[in-house]
Design a protein around this ligand. Structure first.
Ligand code: HEC
Ligand code: HEC
Ligand code: HEC
Ligand code: HEC
Ligand code: HEC
Length: 475
């Protein structure tokens, strides 16, 4: 049988394989295989390199070349065979192979070893390629379209959670769906047809039950949470005031009562949103403990059920910016002034900083040069004494403003301050007040409550040096 195999397959293969296409294929495969193996060795023994473009070369392009080279070998065989067939030149008997011939025997050994090596390389390469495509480097950095989400992700609490942990489910089906979707997106990017900005919400996101609850226990009792926020005024002194709020986060308490913000919403509230950002929610339905249902409807509906997306409320309806926090210019500047990068000691910095942050720049590159330059020009012409004594603070503030801008505004994606609303809270966006606006009424006249004290105790609102903070020893 071995003899037959050799006569019927090996000899013709060798005969037909001796053609330029197959030989080139072999060369390409060998060259890319050797390069990849060398890179893996460097990776194992050397310093890992996070450059996403190296990843594209080594995990996607080279494996592609490797396989293309392999594919060229049978193509060359086929072409040569057809050519000879047409010319009627197929030999009746293929050149003899003689296993007693040492050189030939070694030739066969090499082919065998090379085939095993190739199989190994292909399997390692496809594994590495798949793993690479799951990495935040690939998702976030190799494609400039993802730049805004990646930038925000890097400074969020979830900067160490892989994109795929939230965006792609486990199992072969969702893996396949994600790859189909990803290929579509690559085509969109290639042909410049992608939407700007990338729309939010992500309709294909799985319910939070499968994403967030893999790591967070929703029923974990958080109880009360203290929130302290600083804000600065537009006067010369950037007068600082603070707001101190105790949020009733609740959860599942020791007596199995579901209480507070976390306790009351999950699993039994449905709503209909009539706009694509889920900001307008005129209709809300709650399933009560006894199985009955209460509908809270905005008065403008006059009892009708609106058309729109119907959804069971989950974590993402409040925490929609958990991984990609874009803030407003005011929030960004207040935070930076409280934390220090933009010093409140600089006169007028709050007013001037906001003006510079909200101005229009063609690109982040332009903002990077114009913001610091204009800040300096402002102090030079209006307050030369500041430039004389606090030039270093002005420089730091300029850099600080640039950072805030670069984290939140991406002109090339048409993403700017406020493009993506944050549903937590109610100060900058409707957030909780999408439903808790006092206008969502049930038939019995009760409303989804808007009492401030239902959600939080306001211990201080915009007070300068609130006493409660010094009582708590926080200030
Ligand atoms: C902790 C979970 C989580 C991680 C990790 C995560 N995302 Fe998201 N992502 C979300 C949520 C939640 C939304 C908003 C969905 C919504 O409102 O429906 C979102 C939205 C997006 C959007 C749509 C545009 C927008 O800003 O809303 C893009 C694009 C995106 N993510 C890309 C990424 C990339 C790239 C990474 C990795 C670098 C990543 N995400 C990591 C949870 C996550
Ligand atoms: C793979 C695990 C993982 C997943 C999935 C995950 N988280 Fe987290 N999350 C964390 C970790 C870890 C932290 C704490 C980070 C820290 O304290 O630095 C965190 C922190 C948070 C915080 C507090 C962060 C803050 O800004 O103070 C919120 C809110 C949160 N997660 C919500 C969510 C939501 C909503 C989802 C689903 C879209 C989600 N998480 C998915 C691991 C995860
Ligand atoms: C009705 C709105 C709402 C829903 C739904 C919601 N949260 Fe929250 N969550 C909040 C608010 C408000 C806070 C406090 C925000 C802050 O710290 O600024 C919070 C805080 C948190 C924190 C931080 C807690 C801490 O100790 O600081 C985590 C983690 C969290 N939520 C996870 C989740 C997860 C997971 C889900 C879904 C199972 C969820 N939340 C559903 C409103 C919500
Ligand atoms: C999609 C609509 C919707 C959104 C958005 C929403 N809620 Fe609610 N919330 C409800 C409904 C419905 C109830 C139940 C009202 C009732 O039982 O009378 C409720 C009840 C509550 C309660 C308990 C009230 C009570 O009487 O004890 C708190 C606290 C609360 N919500 C906080 C929040 C916070 C904080 C946010 C924003 C982060 C928020 N909700 C966003 C629909 C919503
Ligand atoms: C449905 C729940 C809910 C109701 C009702 C509510 N709030 Fe709030 N409020 C919140 C949440 C949640 C936050 C925290 C937002 C965050 O994490 O940044 C907040 C934050 C605040 C803050 C500090 C926020 C900041 O960014 O400076 C003030 C001030 C405030 N609320 C005032 C009020 C007043 C006044 C009322 C009554 C008219 C009220 N709230 C009613 C949920 C509510």
């Amino acid at each position: 049988m071995f003899q037959k195999f050799r006569e019927g397959w090996v000899r013709p293969a060798l005969f037909f394989g001796n053609n330029p296409i197959s030989l080139a294929g072999g060369a390409i495969t060998t060259a890319s295989g050797v390069t990849m193996i060398a890179y893996w060795l460097v990776e194992i023994f050397g310093r890992p390199n996070d450059n996403p473009y190296l990843g594209i070369i080594f995990f996607l392009l080279l494996p592609g070349l490797f396989i293309a080279g392999l594919a060229l070998i049978p193509i060359g065989v086929w072409v040569r065979r057809r050519k000879l067939q047409k010319a009627g030149q197929i030999p009746a008997e293929f050149p003899k192979i003689d296993l007693n011939d040492r050189i030939f025997r070694h030739g066969l050994d090499i082919v065998l070893v090379a085939t095993i090596m190739n199989l190994l390389v292909v399997s390692v390469a496809s594994y590495r390629g798949a793993a690479y495509m799951d990495s935040p480097q690939f998702c976030g950095q190799s494609c400039h379209v993802m730049h805004p989400e990646y930038t925000a992700y890097k400074i969020a609490a979830h900067s160490h959670v892989d994109c795929v942990a939230c965006h792609i489910g486990s199992g072969a089906a969702s893996y396949f769906a994600a790859k189909v979707n990803g290929t579509k997106q690559i085509l969109e990017v290639t042909f410049d047809r992608y939407p700007t900005p990338i729309p939010s919400p992500v309709e294909s996101l799985r319910p939070a039950r499968y994403i967030c609850e893999g790591c967070h226990t929703p029923a974990r009792f958080v109880g009360e949470k203290l929130l302290v926020k600083s804000s600065f005024a537009d006067d010369e002194k950037n007068t600082e005031t603070q707001t101190v709020v105790v949020l009733h986060l609740g959860g599942l308490d020791g007596l199995s009562h579901l209480t507070g913000i976390h306790g009351v919403h999950l699993g039994h509230i449905e709503y209909i949103a009539t706009d694509p950002t889920r900001t307008t929610i005129p209709w809300v339905q709650k399933r009560n403990a006894d199985g009955s249902e209460t509908v809270y409807a905005a008065s403008a509906l006059n009892g009708a059920t609106p058309q729109g997306e119907r959804r069971v409320m989950d974590c993402i309806d409040c925490h929609n910016r958990a991984a990609h926090p874009f803030v407003t210019a005011e929030e960004a500047l207040n935070q930076a002034m409280a934390d220090g990068p933009v010093s409140p000691e600089l006169p007028w910095i709050h007013k001037e900083g906001l003006v510079l942050l909200k101005a229009t720049y063609a690109s982040q590159v332009e903002a990077r040069t114009r913001i610091p330059a204009q800040l300096e020009a402002f102090y030079r012409s209006e307050h030369p004494e500041v430039m004389a004594t606090q030039a270093n603070l002005v420089k730091r503030a300029g850099d600080g403003l640039v950072t805030l801008y670069s984290q939140n505004v991406f002109p090339f994606m048409k993403l700017t301050w406020g493009t993506h609303p944050n549903h937590i809270g109610h100060m900058s966006y409707p957030g909780c007040f999408r439903c808790h606006d006092g206008d969502h009424m049930a038939k019995d006249g009760s409303a989804i409550p808007q009492d401030c004290s239902v959600c939080h105790n306001l211990l201080a609102v915009d007070e300068s040096k609130p006493k409660v903070l010094s009582d708590l020893g926080i200030q």
